[in-house]
Write a protein that binds this ligand. Structure first.
Ligand code: SF4
Length: 357
């Protein structure tokens, strides 16, 4: 049963609050079915405004203790597993993302929190930005996937052929993207002239454009705004990243960062990089941390360049104020001459990055 609830704090352009499906009945049934006594709930920033209401509604249905994680949550890679174990919880309920890790301790119930938003108006507004393109690829985050069919119908009415990539890599559904995985749209990129992305902000569509090397028209149902990410935007990022790789080439002392978040650990990749750098006569310090940020890196003053293997977007989007260059694992391979620069985005975002672990 659909159970749409305002998320709190994210206004729609027409002034209404956005409704998300928090699936309170399904969560309550699952808690009862499993005989769970203590539950840890985890919300990303944008959904925290409803945490109290969700706990109240669950408490009316089941007799269990509910704890809410207040630490940052960036994705389904970021589950509070050790926190759950130390708190003795029987179940984690993770809101806002599709399933990524299935076999966990404690077990995780994913609630995708799909948005109930009609995208028709914003998609129609985006159509002129598609230009003369005949074949259009469609992509979205999990929140708006149920609107892809509607968008497809609108594009067909406008005389476009539509392509939606299948399920692949770390994503659960056809057409879905993550900030680190564009393998679904990549599978159809060869047939597509331009992509239409439905969702909020520029984080995902920029990654989509980098990964596929195609222009991306954006239709943001939260703001009603449309735009186009093109060659100039890709070049701006590429120049910045190439300059960072060039700066890292001068370094003698490297810090390789292994992420400690459950879905960001790549110990084999870390060790492989360490071996390759040492073969080149570089000194290497292995660092492990949950939060890869300025505060945690700034005082490692002996280190001349960092390589992070946790989430590629941390390095690509950059850490403000950090003095040393910060590379992704794939960019480090480019620096070492093990990967062609022309393949770096596909290696980073194509879902294959997890295979060299
Ligand atoms: S690794 Fe980064 S981009 Fe990928 S799901 Fe996690 S937070 Fe998002």
């Amino acid at each position: 049963m659909l159970d749409f609830t305002p998320a709190g704090g994210r206004p729609h352009p027409c002034g209404e609050e956005v409704l998300y499906d928090f699936e309170v009945d399904r969560v309550a049934e699952e808690i009862l079915r499993r005989g769970v006594k203590r539950v840890l709930l985890q919300f990303p920033e944008g959904l925290r405004g409803r945490a109290l209401s969700i706990v109240k509604r669950l408490s009316e249905r089941v007799d269990a203790e509910f704890l809410v994680s207040g630490d940052p949550c960036y994705g389904a890679c970021d589950l509070p597993l050790w926190q759950g174990r130390s708190l003795g919880v029987d179940l984690i309920v993770h809101y806002g993302h599709s399933p990524m890790m299935e076999e966990t301790n404690p077990p995780v119930l994913y609630v995708e929190a799909r948005a109930e938003m009609d995208v028709e108006e914003v998609v129609r507004r985006a159509v002129p930005l598609l230009g003369g393109a005949k074949v259009v690829g469609l992509a979205s985050t999990v929140q708006h996937l149920s609107q892809l069919r509607r968008a497809e119908r609108i594009l067909s009415e406008e005389g476009k052929e539509v392509r939606v990539g299948g399920r692949s890599g770390r994503v659960t559904y056809p057409g879905q993207v993550l900030g680190c995985d564009y393998s679904s749209p990549l599978s159809v990129a060869g047939e597509v002239e331009v992509f239409l992305f439905i969702g909020g902000g520029s984080f995902h569509p920029l990654g989509l454009s980098l990964a596929t090397e195609k222009d991306v028209v954006t239709a943001d149902p939260y703001t009603g705004k449309v735009g186009r990410i093109g060659e100039k935007d890709r070049m701006r990022v590429a120049k910045r990243r190439w300059a960072t790789i060039s700066a890292a080439r001068q370094a003698e002392r490297f810090g390789i960062i292994m992420g400690l978040k459950a879905g960001q650990r790549r110990p084999t990749a870390v060790r492989a990089l360490k071996g390759k750098l040492e073969e080149e006569g570089k000194e290497v310090l292995l660092l492990c941390m949950e939060e890869v940020n300025f505060e945690n890196l700034a005082n490692f003053t002996e280190i001349e360049a960092f390589i992070e293997t946790a989430c590629p977007r941390i390095a690509i989007d950059g850490i403000e104020g950090l003095r040393q260059p910060l590379l992704t694992g794939e960019e480090a391979l480019v620096m070492l001459g093990e990967l062609d620069w022309g393949e770096v985005w596909r290696a980073t975002f194509g879902g294959i990055r997890w295979t060299w672990e």
